[in-house]
Write a protein that binds this ligand. Structure first.
Ligand SMILES: Nc1ncnc2c1ncn2[C@@H]1O[C@H](COP(=O)(O)OP(=O)(O)OP(=O)(O)O)[C@@H](O)[C@H]1O
Ligand SMILES: [Mg+2]
Length: 308
């Protein structure tokens, strides 16, 4: 099946000079910032994660720079959410080390924004939309609560930026999946984090809001020199922003620019079977994935396009 099968981890050993030359420059390298900013936003060394005898990934050496837009792709169950949880420090690595925003993972939450993978709020959740967004602001940055009026103004601004003003006072459990998702984005960016971890933030959003939310996250990255780690099944909505991709599949991974990783050769090797990648009107089209994913498929391709 896989004549070109990869040595599991060798290709992912990073040569940052090559990656930087090949991919777009992270915003960080363009701004006149202090030397503190040159420390990586995320650093993994010899990192692996396994559940029982199943290894999701191992031998992961990776620096994500401030201002870098870093996408994480892969089929269901490949370990994307677990990767973010390892960065948050809520899932301990099986081996290796992970630092985020200058500290070992899990030690300090400051400066880290997180959009969790979507789970609907229970219909009777006793929170209005604006209360949920306010939770991203209230309380911790200055050690005491901001004045009510200042919080209200900031919440209004955030609600406006995700197009959620008209449902600001609706209980969150009564909102649609996409409406709830826009609030999670607003909450996660409320404190202008240095590292923004996003787990499928475009899920449930219509095309307009996919574009608006992607743009908003990219604006955050540029305005704050923030690193964005963006888990997605669909790279096309963020293709203009992405510096590098981590592609996880079947215990293997590859890291590189989209044009280095999203190729017939690399994906066929990762999946251990023939996968065709082509560009159609500037979009990446993947045909022949062995399992159900939400990559775009060509008309006539009968693979399931629904998430499992
Ligand atoms: N705490 C845990 N204990 C045991 N197994 C786990 C645990 N957390 C995750 N797993 C398993 O690890 C695998 C990877 O899960 P993860 O949620 O990271 O996948 P994913 O790539 O985010 O998938 P999806 O695209 O469906 O969101 C899954 O098979 C999952 O069942
Ligand atoms: Mg997941």
């Amino acid at each position: 099946m896989s004549q070109e099968s990869l040595t599991p981890h060798a290709p992912a050993r990073l040569d940052l000079s090559v990656m930087t030359a090949a991919g777009p420059q992270p915003a960080a390298s363009q701004g006149p910032r202090g030397s503190r900013e040159t420390a990586p936003a995320v650093r993994l060394r010899g990192a692996s994660l396994a559940f029982g005898d199943r290894t999701l990934w191992s031998g992961l050496d990776l620096d994500i720079q401030p201002g870098e837009f870093f996408a994480v792709l892969g089929p269901n169950g490949s370990g994307k959410t677990s990767f973010l949880k390892a960065l948050l420090g809520v899932l301990p690595l099986s081996s290796g080390t992970v630092e985020i925003a200058g500290h070992p993972a899990g030690q300090r939450g400051e400066g880290i924004g997180y959009i969790p993978q979507q789970r609907a709020f229970a219909p009777d959740t006793p929170l209005r939309a604006r209360d949920l967004v306010g939770l991203g602001i209230d309380g911790h940055r200055w050690g005491f609560r901001l004045r009510r009026r200042a919080v209200d103004a900031q919440v209004d601004d955030l609600l406006g930026r995700v197009g959620a003003r008209e449902y600001a006072k609706v209980p969150v459990g009564q909102l649609s999946g996409g409406e709830q998702q826009r609030l999670r984005v607003a909450q996660a960016i409320a404190d202008s984090p240095r590292v923004l971890l996003c787990d499928e933030p475009l899920l449930s959003l219509d095309l307009n809001h996919q574009q608006a939310v992607s743009q908003l996250i990219d604006d955050q990255r540029r305005a704050n020199d923030a690193a964005v780690v963006f888990v997605t099944h669909e790279i096309n909505p963020i293709l203009d922003y992405v510096d590098r991709v981590l592609y996880l599949a079947d215990g293997r991974f590859r890291i590189g620019s989209p044009s280095e990783v999203m190729t017939t050769e690399v994906l066929s090797a990762l999946y251990g079977g023939r996968v065709e990648v082509s560009r159609v009107n500037g979009r990446i089209v993947v045909v022949g994935l062995p399992d159900a994913t939400t990559h775009y498929h060509l008309p006539g391709d009968h693979h399931d396009t629904e998430p499992a």
